[in-house]
Design a protein around this ligand. Structure first.
Ligand SMILES: [Zn+2]
Length: 451
């Protein structure tokens, strides 16, 4: 049997994942994500295929660059089934609604009309079917689908498609193996074909075994100076990982008891969704939750529900910890806190994630001493520290390990979701070290596979 794989998005770039598996008698999509950054305008382009001919859309995980265009697909006439794990569906609903509210707000600032409306999200959710890990699903044209744990964010899953004795695995994003909450990425089930992400394909992450100790040190030093620790954090996974770690340190009396504020309505909703789906946590965390432990709650923890509560945080005297979005300080509530925190030499801004070029987070990371935001000038006297041990992605060595473990069965590997340098580097390494055929497809490229 033969099938065709086409890479409509997320090929030659990190964001906008959108792949199609055409078996001859049926068409399946994997992910339908937003293009972020320089190609954002492309989100408004019509899909390059007949969306009505697609029977199923499989979702790897709830990050915007994997789910952001789903309502637009539905608006464009898609009436098939959307399939994901339970946690992914819960998280994706918040992510899609939040994206829409940002688009609506942008219209007021001269932005384009939103890509879709609330009713398109509602319609998408009606087409949605939840599926647990390792629950096979029979598809048209003799294909079977099964989810495997990707360990990237809560509910993240690789997709395995099989027909007769051949199979294809599409990884989606793969976890770095360092989340305090999630299980490790599952071993690849010996596929013949593999579509693998490569966000950090050309990088080796530093040793992150001291990350909790590093976090402890940053908190202690800031509290000792009487300052505020401000952490710009992404709403999904990073925030929950950090809240869990701070709780562990505080309840274990490893750090002083100070107020901790989560100032992000989206992160609060996502945290609640995490609590609703303990089945996707690691075994250890599942056991603790089953025994009644509330892994995100502790007496010092407070949520800022509205603008007023957000504003009041700055009037709380003495040392405190604030987690707020956005993760790259590009707008959101974190900016209003930065106005207070950055000029204060006793305070610390802690950067915990990737900061894209041009963002305020990147400028702070590069040591800017004066921040220009619009007409405003904010002096930077606070300590600016970084902590990368909580990255949600596998590095190049980790990706190679996964591929190597199934090199014996692989016919071909397609390297996607990376900048050209990262994807190219990983592709070359797979060829050179494992002697497996590997390519880094570009956007719109197709390949025929024996499946
Ligand atoms: Zn992701």
């Amino acid at each position: 049997m033969q099938s065709t794989l086409t890479f409509y998005g997320g090929a030659g770039s990190v964001t906008g994942s959108n792949f199609m598996l055409d078996t001859g008698g049926a068409k399946f999509l994997i992910d339908c994500g937003f293009e972020q950054g320089v190609h954002e305008e492309d989100n408004y382009k019509p899909f390059a295929y007949d969306v009505k001919a697609v029977s199923h859309l499989f979702i790897s995980h709830a990050h915007l660059d994997h789910v952001g265009r789903i309502p637009f697909l539905v608006k464009s006439g898609f009436t098939g089934k959307i399939v994901s794990t339970h946690a992914t569906r819960s998280l994706a609903e918040f992510i899609m609604r939040d994206a829409l509210s940002l688009m609506i707000r942008a219209v007021g600032h001269g932005g384009r009309e939103p890509l879709y409306a609330e009713q398109d999200i509602d319609h998408a959710l009606k087409l949605w079917e939840e599926r647990g890990l390792h629950e096979p699903l029979e598809l048209p044209d003799g294909m079977t689908h099964e989810f495997y744990d990707a360990g990237h964010i809560l509910g993240s899953a690789m997709s395995r498609f099989s027909r007769a004795d051949k199979s294809l695995v599409v990884t989606g994003d793969l976890g770095g193996g360092n989340s305090p909450l999630l299980p490790l990425t599952e071993a690849l089930p010996n596929p013949d074909y593999l579509v693998i992400e490569s966000v950090y394909g050309d990088r080796v992450r530093q040793d992150d075994s001291h990350r909790r100790e590093d976090l402890e040190n940053v908190i202690e030093a800031t509290v000792l100076r009487g300052g505020t620790l401000l952490i710009p954090a992404f709403s999904t996974e990073r925030t929950q990982d950090l809240v869990f770690e701070i709780r562990s340190l505080m309840t274990g009396k490893m750090i002083p008891s100070v107020p901790v504020f989560l100032d992000s309505p989206l992160a609060e909703k996502i945290t609640a969704a995490f609590e609703d789906h303990p089945e996707y946590f690691s075994r250890e965390i599942q056991d603790r939750v089953a025994k009644g432990e509330k892994i995100f709650s502790f007496p010092e923890m407070k949520f800022a529900r509205d603008q007023e509560e957000s504003r009041l945080i700055q009037s709380v005297e003495g040392p405190k910890i604030i987690l707020a979005g956005s993760g790259m300080s590009n707008g959101g509530r974190v900016l209003s806190h930065e106005r207070y925190v950055l000029p204060d030499p006793a305070s610390t801004l802690l950067i915990v994630g990737y900061q894209a070029a041009g963002t305020i987070g990147r400028r702070l990371l590069e040591g800017e001493k004066e921040l220009h935001v619009g007409k405003e000038v904010i002096p930077v006297r606070a300590h600016v520290e970084t902590l990368y041990g909580y990255s949600a992605h596998r590095d190049g060595a980790g990706l190679m390990e996964l591929v190597e473990a199934c090199a014996g069965t692989l016919t071909q590997v397609f390297v996607v979701e990376g900048e050209p340098a990262a994807a190219g580097f990983l592709t070359q390494r797979i060829r050179d070290y494992l002697a497996v055929k590997a390519t880094a497809p570009g956007q719109g490229d197709s390949a025929t596979i024996e499946l």
